[in-house]
Design a protein around this ligand. Structure first.
Ligand code: IMP
Ligand code: MG
Length: 179
C-alpha cells in the first residue's frame, strides 16, 4: 500500500473503510432499481477506475461494462474537455449507468450525457464517487453519489494531481494548492 505521500501537503477526508462501507450501501440501492434492466455501466477514465471496480463487484444483477476517456483538467485548473474515447458497445436502446469520479463544474457529465442520449440511449443515469456542488457551472446533478465534498482539491482513490497519487486507497484533500 502507498504510505509515503512525499511532499504532498494533505489530510485524509475519507478512510478506506468508510469508502468501502458507503459503496456497499450505494450498490444495494442501485441493485434495487436496476436488477431487471441489464444496464451498460460506463466508466469515465481515468479517475473513476477504482470506484468503478469496487462498485460493480457489489452490484447484484447482470450488466455489461465499457469505458470512455475524457480529459478536462490541467493541474488544478479546470479547462475544456480535450479528448474522448468512445464506448465499444453501442448505447442505442440501452439503459446506461455512467460512473464518474467527481462532478465538479458539471461540464463532463453534461457533455457525455447529452451525447449518449443523442446516440439513442434509452436512459442515462450518473453515479459519482464525489459531488462538488459549489463549483457547478452547468445545471446538472448526479443521480447517485457516494459522498458530497466542499470546495477542496482532492486526490487518491483514482483521483490525481498531475497524474500522481491515483493509487492511494483513501481520499485526501490538499491543504494548499501545489505550485
Ligand atoms: P467537471 O467537468 O468540471 O465536472 O470535472 C470533471 C473532472 O475534473 C473529473 O472527472 C476529474 O477528473 C477532475 N476533477 C475535478 N475536481 C477534482 C479534484 O478535486 N481532484 C482531482 N480531479 C478533479
Ligand atoms: Mg482527472
Amino acid at each position: 500500500m502507498f504510505e509515503n505521500y512525499g511532499d504532498l501537503n494533505a489530510e485524509i477526508i475519507f478512510h478506506q473503510q468508510q469508502i468501502q462501507q458507503r459503496i456497499t450501501a450505494l450498490a444495494q440501492e442501485i441493485t434495487q432499481q436496476y436488477k431487471d434492466k441489464n444496464p451498460l455501466c460506463v466508466c469515465v477514465l481515468t479517475g473513476a477506475f477504482m470506484f468503478f471496480s469496487d462498485l460493480i463487484r457489489n452490484l447484484g444483477f447482470p450488466l455489461d461494462i465499457d469505458f470512455i476517456r475524457c480529459q478536462s483538467y490541467h493541474k488544478t485548473k479546470n479547462g475544456d474537455i480535450t479528448k474522448t474515447m468512445q464506448t465499444k458497445n453501442s448505447v442505442k436502446g440501452r439503459n446506461v449507468l455512467l460512473v464518474e469520479d467527481i462532478v465538479d463544474s458539471g461540464n463532463t457529465l453534461f457533455q457525455i450525457k447529452n451525447e449518449m442520449l443523442s446516440r439513442g440511449a434509452l436512459s442515462v443515469k450518473t453515479i459519482t464517487f464525489l459531488d462538488k456542488p459549489s463549483q457547478r457551472v452547468k445545471m446538472v446533478q448526479p443521480d447517485y453519489k457516494a459522498f458530497s465534498i466542499g470546495n477542496s482539491f482532492v486526490v487518491g482513490y483514482g483521483l490525481d494531481y498531475d497524474e500522481k497519487y491515483r493509487q492511494i486507497p483513501c481520499l485526501l484533500a490538499l491543504k494548499s494548492p501545489k505550485k
